[in-house]
Design a protein. Structure first.
Length: 158
C-alpha cells in the first residue's frame, strides 16, 4: 500500500486544503516523515522540563505546560498547572536532581507520548521526596508547532 504517484507532490497541500484524491494517505505520510523530528524535539523539551523543575523556573514551566494540563501525582491527586507552579514558587517543591534511568518516546503525528524512569532527589514541604519515579507525559503540538504537556502521571517505584 504505497502512495499514489502524484500524491507525494500534493501531500504538503493536502494537510491544509485537502486537494488530493487521497488526503488521508498523504496526511499520514507527512506525519510519518516527522516522527524522528518530533522525537528529537521532545527529547530536547524533556531536558528543558527537567531543568525547569530542578530550578523551579516558573516561567519555563508556564511555557511547557498547557493551561489545562492534567497531572496525576504518585498519590493519585490531580494537580493543575497553576497549583504546580505555585508549589514551586512557594519553595514547597525542592528538587536537587533528576537522573534519567530510562526513556521511551513514541510519536503519533502532533502527539508524542513519553514514559521515563527518573531517580529524583528532593523534598516536598520539607519532607524527603526522593526515589525512583515513572512519569508518563503526553505532549501535543498546536497549529503553530508549539509543543506543550497536556497530560502527565507519575508513579513511585517501590
Amino acid at each position: 500500500m504505497g502512495l499514489e504517484p502524484d500524491c507525494s507532490i500534493l501531500c504538503l497541500h493536502t494537510v491544509s486544503i485537502n486537494v488530493s484524491v487521497y488526503p488521508y494517505k498523504c496526511y499520514f505520510a507527512v506525519l510519518d516523515n516527522h516522527k524522528e523530528k518530533n522525537v528529537e524535539n521532545i527529547k530536547h523539551l524533556e531536558r528543558e522540563l527537567k531543568a525547569a523543575i530542578v530550578s523551579s523556573n516558573s516561567d519555563m514551566l508556564d511555557k511547557l505546560l498547557a493551561d489545562d494540563v492534567i497531572f496525576t501525582n504518585h498519590l493519585g491527586q490531580v494537580v493543575s498547572k497553576s497549583q504546580d507552579i505555585e508549589l514551586h514558587k512557594a519553595g514547597l517543591i525542592k528538587i536537587e536532581s533528576m537522573e534519567t534511568l530510562e526513556e521511551i518516546i513514541h510519536s503519533y503525528g502532533s502527539t508524542v507520548v513519553v514514559s521515563t524512569l527518573l531517580n529524583v532527589l528532593g523534598t516536598f514541604a520539607g519532607n524527603n521526596a526522593s526515589g525512583n519515579f515513572r512519569f508518563t507525559r503526553v505532549w501535543s503540538a498546536d497549529a503553530d508547532g508549539r509543543w506543550q504537556v497536556i497530560a502527565a502521571h507519575s508513579s513511585l517505584i517501590v
